[in-house]
Design a protein around this ligand. Structure first.
Ligand code: COA
Length: 258
């Protein structure tokens, strides 16, 4: 079905692997289109409760947008590309199901932006993060200037953006860019074990936690009002009745996601 990514579904977790290891999993047009379709699958397929995005091979998560596709582009075409990347990455950020990045190597440029669009990140100990676009006469275009600043603060973000320097996994952990650093052969198991736990929680409540947290960064919303509304909505779900009943009856809840 896909040619530049692979997907596999196990225990309700969709593993999405960017699969161009000979090109450091660079995001060309095909990868972006297929990633967009895979994210649509996460939204629409009830058998999927959460997802992991990773890169094929041991060297790269994603080493950026495919630089060979930049040549000859004009002002408007550059804007179109940024719009497209931002649209897909925002779809990841807004997903009602957790999507996490398992960063297994270089996460540069669009790769760092992809990881940052995910709800949180885990890294293998060989991971490297950076926004090296200034080396190309460019700036990040898929949300990197915004999400990097949100995640690690303005001073650190601007230094990384204007130097193009890379952060190693230990520094990324110290900056709060990733939640965990583990040996590469444990990366997917660690990601899966977190999502397997999340998948036992009330799915609609999980989605609302993500939505409420995202509201912090949405200038069109007041996050506290958003929280009030989302909290109220929970009271009209079967899952809330099941969760509270199960607690009072001293049994495990069985959530239907309704
Ligand atoms: N776009 C297109 N091709 C890329 C790429 C990208 N972002 N990143 C790597 N590749 C390709 C290389 O051109 C090379 O292809 P080739 O074998 O056909 O020559 C292949 O992937 C392997 O990369 P290489 O540079 O030989 O590996 P390395 O181990 O020496 O270096 C990196 C790894 C990630 C440090 C280096 O590839 C790099 O700096 N990539 C670009 C990062 C970047 O600027 N990203 C932002 C883009 S906006």
């Amino acid at each position: 079905m896909y040619s530049a990514i692979t997907t596999s579904l196990e225990n309700a977790i969709l593993l999405i692997t960017i699969n161009r290891p000979d090109k450091m999993n660079a995001l060309n047009k095909t990868v972006l289109d297929e990633l967009n379709s895979a994210i649509d699958e996460v939204y629409n397929n009830n058998a999927i409760r959460s997802a992991i995005i990773t890169g094929a091979g041991a060297k790269a998560f994603v080493a950026g947008a495919d630089i060979s596709e930049f040549q000859g582009l004009k002002h408007n075409e550059g804007m179109d590309l940024a719009h497209k990347g931002q649209y897909i990455f925002k779809k990841i950020e807004d997903a009602p199901k957790p999507i996490i990045a398992a960063v297994n190597g270089f996460a540069l440029g669009g790769g760092c932006e992809l990881a940052m669009a995910c709800h949180f990140r885990l890294a293998s100990d060989n991971a490297r993060f950076g926004q090296p676009e200034v080396n190309l006469g460019l700036i990040p275009g898929y949300g990197g200037t915004q999400r990097l600043t949100q995640l690690i603060g303005k001073g650190r973000a601007i230094e990384l953006l204007i130097t193009g320097n890379m952060l190693d996994a230990a520094a990324a952990l110290q900056y709060g860019l990733v939640n965990y650093v583990v040996p590469q052969d444990e990366l997917l198991n660690k990601a899966r074990s977190i999502l397997e736990l999340v998948n036992t929680r009330a799915p609609l409540a999980v989605g609302r936690c993500i939505k409420a947290a995202n509201a912090v960064f949405d200038h069109s919303k007041d996050g506290f009002t958003e929280e009030v509304n989302l909290f109220g909505e929970c009271f009209s779900t079967q899952d809330m009745i099941e969760g509270t009943n199960a607690f009072l009856e001293k049994r495990k809840p069985n959530f239907a996601g309704k």
